[in-house]
Design a protein around this ligand. Structure first.
Ligand code: HH2
Length: 291
């Protein structure tokens, strides 16, 4: 399987890909305010590339629960100079984390090849055309409600089934808008309108999303459910719990992991992928012996 991101054809399957998070925002839940100047953001991006990040995901608007919306000019002012500088680094692959078509369009012009849209093309009616016309890769993520309201008592009868059905429908909608399936990656939206129990069920059920035929991206790094499970209050101190969740996500079929701690995640992902392959081989042998 591959992921077509403009001219770049990313091979998916063997080694999981690591997407490093770079938030040029004052209020992101973990790294808000750390990379507001262009120089510090570019230095952080270069550092993550040197640590083995396959993709740098740059955002200029926080999506944390209750976050206030930001207008397009502000978002562009935050992200475009950083994208331009990092896209010039040999081998760098840049993703823009935005739900606004105008921001996505300018970001691709500045050098991004992936549009990470947490509204799965539903937030801005012009977004599908930007994806189609630029040929960018696109992440379609599941969310219940909006960042302002999404954590107000979310309920599901069957969270894995409902998220899988919704993502399948968004994949069809993208196709009807003229976007090639090869450009699409699917994401369950860990923490977006979900309780800790929903997030855990989704990680354990990622195989079901992977069966939709497109690569699955999981963004679980330092999120609140990891704090709840581990009792660790500070988001920046949740690396160990995040690596445990990342390992489980890879064992259950995630191909792309969106993370804050790149070096540790690269190491954990390599070990998890080898364990996944050995587990699958063992299951195949068992099935062969039973047949
Ligand atoms: N999570 C966040 C933001 N963007 N995109 C995708 N595709 N999947 C995710 O799980 C996801 C995402 C939230 O994390 P972060 O960017 O660290 O914080 P904030 O939204 O506060 O900037």
């Amino acid at each position: 399987m591959y992921w077509q991101c403009r001219q770049d054809r990313l091979s998916i399957g063997e080694q999981p890909m690591i997407m490093g998070i770079l938030n040029a925002t004052p209020d992101s839940f973990s790294d808000g305010g750390c990379y507001l100047s262009v120089d510090t953001a570019v230095a952080r991006g270069r550092e993550m590339l040197a640590q083995g990040a396959d993709i740098i995901d740059i955002g200029g608007e926080s999506t944390r629960p209750g976050a206030a919306p930001v207008d397009a000019p502000t978002e562009m002012r935050r992200v475009l100079p950083v994208i331009e500088a990092l896209a010039a680094v040999p081998g760098a692959r840049i993703s823009i984390d935005t739900a606004k078509a105008a921001v996505a369009h300018e970001a691709v012009r500045a050098g991004a090849c992936i549009i990470n849209d947490v509204t799965a093309l539903e937030g801005d009616p012009a977004m599908a055309a930007v994806v189609r016309e630029t040929g960018a890769g696109v992440v379609l993520m599941h969310m219940r409600g909006t960042p302002r309201t999404m954590q107000d008592n979310p309920q599901y009868a069957d969270v894995v089934g409902e998220v899988a059905d919704w993502l399948a429908a968004r994949l069809v909608a993208a196709g009807m808008a003229g976007i090639a399936a090869e450009a699409v990656v699917l994401d369950p939206g860990i923490g977006f309108g979900k309780t800790a129990a929903h997030n855990i069920a989704l990680i354990a059920g990622l195989d079901r999303l992977a069966r939709l035929g497109r690569p699955v991206l999981a963004g679980l790094s330092r999120k609140r459910f990891i704090g709840l499970l581990s009792g660790v209050e500070e988001a920046a101190d949740r690396m160990a719990g995040s690596l445990a969740a990342l390992t489980a996500a890879i064992l259950h079929g995630a191909s792309i992991l969106r993370v804050h701690d790149v070096a540790a995640s690269v190491q954990a992902a390599r070990v998890a992928a080898a364990l996944r392959d050995a587990t699958n081989l063992h299951a195949d042998i068992q099935r062969g012996m039973a047949a």
